[in-house]
Ligand binder design. Sequence first.
Ligand code: AMP
Length: 112
Amino acid sequence: MTLFEKIANHEIPAKIVHEDDELVAFHDINPQAPYHIIIIPRKAISSINDVTLSDATLVGKMVVLAGVLAKKLGVEESGYRLVFNCGSDAGQSVDHIHLHLLGGRGLGWPPG
Ligand code: AMP
């Protein structure tokens, strides 16, 4: 079981900001911006490479939740970034798909 599944199951503590039947969102332990939230599905999917059309609604809900949380954080006007890291070149370190929500400061482009 991955670290993020353990967080979703409350086996490892995290600052959870949202949970429902399908999704869990929590503060990143090593924030890269004033606001850095991780959104995961409860379903174990290793990476975006493993997402299929049958997961389209689930992944769509992750994006919808990100927008809801961005509004709650008050960054909907100032801006924010959503990121799926996939694989080693992107720095994916946990093999359970997760959407990063980063906001609260200017974010450089292109990313490092
Ligand atoms: P990635 O590099 O895209 O795989 O992102 C994994 C993220 O999970 C990193 O930003 C880590 O800081 C974060 N992370 C690792 N362990 C924990 C934890 N126990 N609680 C919250 N976030 C974590």
